[in-house]
Design a protein around this ligand. Structure first.
Ligand code: G6P
Length: 372
């Protein structure tokens, strides 16, 4: 009913708007006043966590994209090798696991059969399993050694939005916690990022306040057949998620690519007026990546692409090459997905509406897939 949707036309719009709150709730009580992390629900002891020599993340769909982003954070802050695998592929390839592997199963519903089967396989190999889950008491956390709940609240729309942002928060918390417990050389950076994370929900709110031009742009693209998404580093999984949202909701051909791969194939797809969304990393921090992606934008624009550029406030270098410029707040590089994903959700939702699609219940999809 309209009341359930809190005055929004669709649950998806309501859930997009709830993201600042969902992010804040997921952080609540997990960062103590001294700026260190307390993750009480993780029932794998610090001494066991110090023994871990490999992390393997398993998930499906949008949760898989959260896992891809987690890999960058985990490897950087903990120096533990991390693999990310589609749950449906995992157990069939005879993965190498033992008692020193930590398997992280990410699932909004906690009932996805592919993910459940992957975690059962991991436990049979003697690995510890940590669930990141949004549904209290669901099967995946019940069968895991430990759980870190996301506090997104119930997500009704089939396309995942607020659950995704809270999965990212949970992944950052796990990465930072592992870094903290293991005392890596990134101690100072970890402290700084914990501070940034505690302010990030305000940044998500600021992004939401500036979404009208994104909606207007989406409406002008309603008759297009294809949209491409490019990103690098953590912007690459963001590009994949932007493309997935567009497939799910707008039923458009959408593909995400690592921008560095452009020259190895995807650039052949560029033609006059093809919309290409580019997620630009911060010019601070890993500035080499920033400069490389700016030249990618120049290359595709020279070939006629219509460039839709998502870039940090104050990044002026992209201005001459952006047909459409979407600004996001400055964040540490690894946290950028929390703000960069939001415009892509709004974009897909508005395109779906403009194309007359059912936003909350896209054709052929289910909220939770309980068959393999
Ligand atoms: C389904 C949903 C997706 C979701 C995926 C994984 O395909 O339509 O939105 O990302 O399942 O769901 P989970 O509940 O395991 O996060």
């Amino acid at each position: 009913s309209a009341a359930e949707k809190g005055g929004y036309d669709y649950f998806m719009l309501k859930e997009i708007a709830e993201q600042p709150r969902a992010v804040a709730d997921t952080l609540l009580g997990r960062i103590d006043p001294s700026g260190s992390l307390t993750l009480d629900e993780v029932r794998i002891s610090p001494s066991e966590l110090r023994e871990i020599d490999k992390v393997v993340i398993v998930a499906c769909g949008t949760a898989f994209h959260a896992g891809l982003i987690a890999k960058y954070a985990i490897e950087h802050w903990t120096r533990i090798p991390c693999e990310v695998e589609l749950a449906s592929e995992f157990r069939y390839r005879d993965p190498i696991l033992d008692g020193r592997s930590l398997v992280i199963a990410i699932s909004q519903s906690g009932e996805t059969m592919d993910t459940l089967m992957a975690l059962r396989h991991a436990r049979e190999q003697g690995s510890k399993v940590l669930a990141i889950c949004n549904t209290n008491g669901s099967t995946i956390p019940r069968e895991s050694d430990a759980v870190l709940y996301t506090h997104a609240g119930p997500e009704v729309a089939v396309a995942s939005t607020k659950a995704f942002l809270t999965q990212l928060v949970a992944c950052y918390l796990v990465a930072l916690y592992l870094g903290q417990v293991r005392g890596t050389k990134w101690g100072d950076e970890i402290q700084a990022v914990i501070k940034d994370l505690s302010r990030i929900s305000e940044e998500v709110e600021r992004v939401l306040e500036t979404m009208e031009p994104v909606r207007a742009l989406a409406r002008t693209l309603a008759s297009k057949n294809t949209v491409l998404f490019l990103g690098r580093h953590v912007g690459y999984p963001v590009a994949l998620e932007g493309a997935l949202k567009l497939k799910e909701l707008a039923y458009m051909h959408a593909e995400g690519f690592a921008a560095g791969e452009l020259k190895h194939g995807p650039i052949a797809l560029i033609e006059e007026d093809l919309p290409v969304v580019v997620v630009v990393p911060s010019p601070r921090g890993r500035s080499v990546l920033h400069d490389k992606i700016v030249s990618n934008i120049q290359e595709i624009r020279a070939r006629g692409a219509r460039t839709i550029v998502i870039a940090e406030e104050g990044d002026e270098t992209v201005v001459p090459y952006a047909d459409h410029l979407i600004r996001i707040p400055a964040t540490p590089t690894l946290l950028q997905p929390l703000v960069a994903t939001v415009p892509l959700q709004v974009f897909a939702c508005e395109l779906a509406t403009a194309r007359g699609n059912e936003v909350d219940q896209p054709r052929n999809l289910a909220k939770s897939v309980t068959v393999e």
